[in-house]
Design a protein around this ligand. Structure first.
Ligand SMILES: [Zn+2]
Length: 331
């Protein structure tokens, strides 16, 4: 979709009698650039009638610049008389007399009413001249087949409105809301790709998508509930296999992918012991039977990670000897 936006006036034009800092030309210049920015976020191609804020251009030619566009908008603020009038406060869209911009014109005027909070309701108007539309920009737009409208963002003869429009933050809000109104009217809101979250079965395995980014966990551990899972570079959960930690510690990922803890594992016909923190036990285990003759679970495999680390500092031989010796003494 292509839209043509016209900043209503150039230079310093139409100063507010209510607040001397306000010029309609300066407001519409700011507004139209922001409208362009926000419309482009919806994928709209936006052309503007003015390259230069200081330069005047003919009314008809500005409208006619919209050839090939689906909409022509000329941005303005209104005035009642030449003095201050704090009573009159409403947005209006002057739509081309062919009626083709009436719908979007009303939607935009209502948008302005909502954002500024005008005292009177939004409205649309049509004004016929001798040769069709009274307004030159609309004559130009209609001549090239573009639905055209003039958007009066309420009245700069109103003190409250002029002051409101002087705030950059408000101009930004207004432009953003107007772009959104256009996007809604023309169904431009493209559905965002569905953000996946949590466990997803795909490509013959499992991935875990992080809710905040919508990206799967890759080359990393993820703690889900009480269980740790490891995902490879493709984001696939690893199962029935070993994984070394950064410190060289071996961990085993069970058939459901969860890191095995405090369990015996048979892997390729060999028996391994995984401790409570999931690290593979290395060393010597002395098995003892209880009074029924059942093998008792050896104390060593219940060692915490902390004691495992401190145990590793000792020599392997001494550790073995000491453990077995300790066990003997205890039994
Ligand atoms: Zn104007």
């Amino acid at each position: 979709m292509k839209i043509c936006i016209d900043a209503g006036h150039y230079g310093k034009y139409n100063r507010s009698p209510a607040d001397g800092r306000y010029y309609e030309s300066e407001f519409t210049w700011k507004l139209h650039l922001l409208q362009k920015k926000y419309l482009e976020e919806y994928g709209v191609e936006v052309i503007v009638t003015r390259e230069d804020q200081e330069k005047d251009l003919g009314l008809y030619s500005r409208g006619a610049a919209s050839r090939g566009c689906a909409l022509f908008i000329s941005d303005h603020t209104n005035a009642v008389g030449s003095g201050v009038n704090d009573e009159v406060d409403y947005p209006a869209a002057y739509c081309a007399i062919d009626g083709r911009a009436d719908g979007i014109g009303m939607a935009l005027a209502q948008c302005v009413e909502r954002v500024i909070g005008t005292r009177q309701q939004a409205r649309i108007e049509h004004r016929r001249g001798k040769n069709g539309d009274y307004y030159g920009v609309l004559r130009g737009a209609t001549a090239v087949g573009t639905p055209g409208l003039i958007l009066e963002n309420s009245f700069h003869t109103n003190t409250q409105v002029a002051r409101w429009l002087l705030e950059d933050e408000n101009v930004d809000r207004l432009a953003r809301a107007e772009a959104e109104t256009i996007a809604l009217y023309y169904n431009l809101i493209q559905p965002l790709p569905e953000k996946r979250s949590g466990w997803v079965e795909e490509n013959g395995g499992w991935r875990f998508y992080l809710g905040n980014t919508g990206e799967p966990v890759r080359n990393d551990w993820y703690l889900d509930g009480n269980d740790w899972y490891w995902f490879d570079g493709a984001g696939m959960m690893v199962s029935d296999n070993w994984k070394t930690g950064s410190d060289g510690t071996w961990y085993f990922l069970g058939s459901n992918g969860a890191m095995v803890r405090d369990q015996w594992v048979v892997w390729k016909n060999e028996l391994y012991r995984l401790t409570e923190d999931g690290s593979m036990f290395e060393g010597e285990i002395c098995l003892k039977t209880d009074n029924k003759g059942a093998l008792r679970e050896p104390e060593e495999v219940r060692l915490s990670k902390q004691s495992q680390l401190s145990a590793r500092k000792r020599t392997k031989k001494r550790r073995k000897r000491k453990r077995c010796g300790k066990k003997k003494r205890l039994s």
